[in-house]
Ligand binder design. Structure first.
Ligand code: TXA
Ligand code: MG
Length: 324
């Protein structure tokens, strides 16, 4: 469908499917989500089965606007209001204490709930048509690469999904930034593409140091397992010179994602340049492509250390972590 002007009849059909207990995968600006009606316990249980997702990992409830988010929260702080006004609709998820009466399944036993108003017209049209919260994790088998195209959803989940709303490639390309406002101190739980300094300007008390995506840094979030976002191929993050040194002796088919080319070396090379937004937008798609080419090894050039790259550094660290 037209990603900027989705067909209302198709949207209405998808909304009916959700209301009837179906699973609908849909484009958002970050990655494709696998949606179910938040109030439907059976449909939400199907999401966990379809993905093979551990029960301890809670889901994000997607809503159409700030008022609908506020209705699910026990308290809506000034910080929540400021972040919501600044970044919604957009790639930000806020964790707040859940309102006592709110029926949102997929909370993994927590008293909090994660909320997001996505920006993509396809997602917003669907949420408006449903008129109720839709829980949606990324539409991939648990632990694997997130989908940034409808084809990735079909390849990964196939018949386990009732309908896929194809809104073309995702513009942002990695998952939303997650901020936890449920405790006394606001904490960053997952890096995305939002600028940490801009978040801190809105919310000076934001605790980010407990979560450092660079090698050796600490991490803290329920459900954020060390190995995650992984392609089929073994992925290694190395400086450019180390990649150049490994290529000649590697026996199998291999690929590499570089800021600058290692010209004339064999293997499937993708040059993504020096802008973190471009890396975010293309990262999963390139890794899906390299998997489809059957490479055994992917080398990725170590990202720069500055905060604009932390979302990418985080995904690469998890994609290269030892697998269970
Ligand atoms: O961009 C995104 O956030 C995408 C699109 C589809 O919206 N969704 C996504 O969902 O990435 P998922 O399930 O793959 O990741 C959700 C993250 C998980 O790390 C989960 O542990 C965390 O959000 N989360 C959800 N509810 C939470 C809660 N109540 N407290 C703390 N973390 C929570
Ligand atoms: Mg996910």
């Amino acid at each position: 469908m037209d990603p900027l002007d989705p067909d209302p009849q198709v949207i209405a059909e998808a909304a009916r499917c959700l209301v009837a207990g179906g699973l609908v995968a849909f484009a958002t600006e970050t990655v494709y989500g696998l949606g179910a009606l938040a109030s439907d316990a059976d449909a939400v249980a199907r999401i966990y089965r379809a993905k093979g997702r551990p029960a301890h990992n809670p889901l994000i409830a997607h809503v159409a606007d700030v008022a609908a988010a506020r209705a699910l929260a026990a308290r809506w702080s000034e910080g929540a209001e400021a972040l919501a006004r600044a970044f919604w609709p957009g790639p930000l998820t806020l964790v707040v204490e859940r309102a006592p009466g709110a029926v949102v399944h997929g909370s993994a036993g927590l008293t909090s709930v994660a909320l997001r108003v996505p920006a993509s017209p396809v997602a917003l049209a669907l949420l408006r048509a449903v008129g109720a919260p839709v829980v949606a994790p990324s539409a991939n088998p648990s632990g694997r690469l997130s989908p940034t195209r409808a084809e990735h959803v079909v390849q990964g989940l196939g018949e386990r999904v009732d309908m896929v709303l194809d809104g073309g490639p995702c513009a942002v390309g990695i998952e939303s930034t997650v901020v936890d406002l449920s405790g006394d101190t606001p904490r960053l739980l997952r890096h995305g593409t939002l600028d940490v300094a801009a978040l801190r300007a809105m919310l000076p008390a934001l605790e980010t140091s407990i979560y450092d995506p660079l090698p050796g840094g600490a991490r803290s979030s329920p459900g954020l397992d060390p190995s995650h976002y992984a392609p089929r191929a073994v992925l290694e993050v190395l400086p450019r010179a180390a990649i150049a040194a490994q290529i000649p002796s590697f026996p199998g088919p291999h690929g590499r994602l570089m800021r600058e080319s290692i010209a004339d070396a064999p293997g499937h090379e993708r040059v993504l340049g020096s802008h973190p937004e471009v890396w975010a937008a293309r990262l999963y798609d390139e890794l899906h492509n390299l998997d489809a080419l059957g490479v055994e090894r992917v080398w990725v050039e170590t990202p720069p250390g500055d905060p604009a790259w932390w979302g990418i550094a985080d995904r690469l660290r998890r994609a290269s972590a030892p697998r269970p």
